[in-house]
Design a binder for this molecule. Structure first.
Ligand code: FCB
Length: 447
């Protein structure tokens, strides 16, 4: 066994962070999340996103921080409700601001990955039924064309939709996001429309920019039965895994959506509409099928008490799951991959340094096995508005902390660690010894 002191990544590797418009820009008052904030009942302490990180006015200050931290890539999203505030009405000044932002990134040597849809819909779209209304396919395509025509000279890596599976499950099945539905048919229609909207967007981008690299960001969880010997837990686990994450990718691979217990939906137009898959990887859940009353089984997820977890229902931290998922994705789909998100809620930065090290170790192992992962976008550069968790202090994701009263930033130790990793193009033994000495043995032993 050769002793090595550094896990090197490919020279062309994209080292970055990810953000999204509603979570950082501030003063977004024309989308469905704003409406939910006004309505109350969905967000921690009924908070509002408000000024968020004030990116609409000061993104460049954080771009300077990215550059100082040696990042060469950033994943950000465009806010549809700014570009098309009313149906068919385009706001050129919003497009101009995004141009300015993309130019700002590029001037600092940071390659942008642009997400077109990260959870929010303009109010006019949500009033028309959001993803349940199939017209959204045409609307989303038109919006895509507008954005790509305006910004395509500044970006060529596009992410159509962020986490379709999360949008569907939280909005239409679990009732957690406005309008809080629990409706299987609604969920099904939304899924179909999302996939078709993705496909229409994919083709529109290629039409305008043949060299573009287009994918989507998919939230994938490691699902495990709570009691491996219980057939009920096993079946429930397989079902959840299939519905939440396999269905989408398989439909895109095959052009047919197979829903257990229902008919198959032919969708030839969605076939082969991914140039890459973006993996958003955070955690592992154990599934248990709650029994009584048997007529109404419910699927619960639990966390093993002995394993490291996050707050609330965050689940278990399980770095090996990133390796397993990457290997599976490459084996089945044979297209390049990105880690489009990976991170941990950890205000005091107790676990984030170790989290980064152990996940990058697994990512390195995957690349070593020949899995073509082209970049890693840590979630997130800065603390921001965390959807239903709002500004709950337990849900701080930033390498850089934000004081939301004053907009002051402070870099966390994990920010310095990630900065050194990006600078070195890999993970050195010295860094591991400095930031998480307990991991040095594991990370370098088998290398
Ligand atoms: C992902 C979302 C992202 C952020 C992280 C913590 O599911 O895509 O916006 O909220 O979780």
């Amino acid at each position: 066994m050769t002793l090595i002191n550094k896990l090197n990544f490919p020279d062309s590797f994209q080292w970055g962070t990810a953000t999204s418009s509603h979570q950082v820009e501030g003063n977004l008052t024309n989308n469905d999340w704003y409406a939910a904030e006004q309505q109350g009942g969905y967000i921690y302490e009924n908070q509002r996103s408000g000024q968020a990180c004030d990116w609409w006015n000061r993104a460049e200050e954080d771009f300077d921080r990215m550059a100082a931290m040696h990042q060469n890539a950033h994943r950000l999203s465009i806010e549809w409700s700014r570009i098309e505030p009313r149906q068919g009405v385009w706001d050129e000044s919003a497009l101009a601001r995004y141009r300015e932002m993309l130019v700002g990134l590029r001037q600092r040597g940071i390659t942008p990955m642009v997400t077109l849809h990260h959870f929010t819909n303009p109010l006019w779209v949500s009033e028309a039924g959001s993803w349940e209304n199939e017209q959204i396919i045409t609307w989303f395509e038109r919006y895509t064309r507008k954005v790509v025509a305006a910004l395509g000279d500044l970006a060529d890596i596009w992410c159509t939709i962020n986490e379709p599976g999360v949008v569907v499950s939280h909005t239409y099945l679990l009732g957690r996001w406005a309008p809080g539905k629990r409706d299987i048919n609604g969920a099904l229609h939304a899924t179909i429309n999302m996939m078709r909207a993705h496909a229409a967007s994919y083709r529109a981008i290629h039409d305008l920019q043949p060299t573009a690299q287009v994918g989507l960001a998919h939230h994938m969880i490691i699902w495990k039965p709570w009691r491996p010997y219980a057939i009920t837990d096993l079946l429930a686990t397989n079902m959840v895994r299939y519905m939440f994450q396999e269905l989408l990718l398989k439909t895109i691979a095959w052009g047919v959506m197979r829903v257990p217990g229902r008919r198959s939906y032919l969708m030839p137009e969605v076939r082969n509409t991914l140039d890459w898959i973006g993996l958003n990887y955070y955690q592992r859940y154990r599934i248990r099928l709650g029994l009584p009353p048997f007529s109404k089984p419910s699927v619960e997820h639990r966390t093993h008490p002995d394993l490291q977890t996050g707050p609330g229902e965050w689940g278990e931290i399980h770095p090996r799951g990133m390796f397993d998922t990457l290997r599976m994705l490459w084996k089945v789909y044979r297209i390049p991959l990105y880690i489009t998100e990976n991170g941990i809620p950890d205000e005091n930065d107790e676990n984030r340094p170790g989290f980064i090290i152990s996940h990058l170790h697994q990512l390195w192992e995957a690349i070593r096995e020949g899995v073509p992962v082209k970049g890693y976008y840590f979630w997130s550069l800065i603390d921001n508005f965390e959807w239903t968790e709002g500004y709950d202090p337990r849900f701080r994701f930033g390498l850089i902390g934000v004081n939301f009263e004053t907009q002051e930033r402070h870099i966390r130790p994990s920010g310095n660690l990630y900065s050194a990793i990006c600078r070195d193009g890999g993970l050195s033994r010295d860094l591991v010894s400095q930031y998480a000495p307990h991991l040095a043995q594991t990370v370098f032993s088998g290398a």
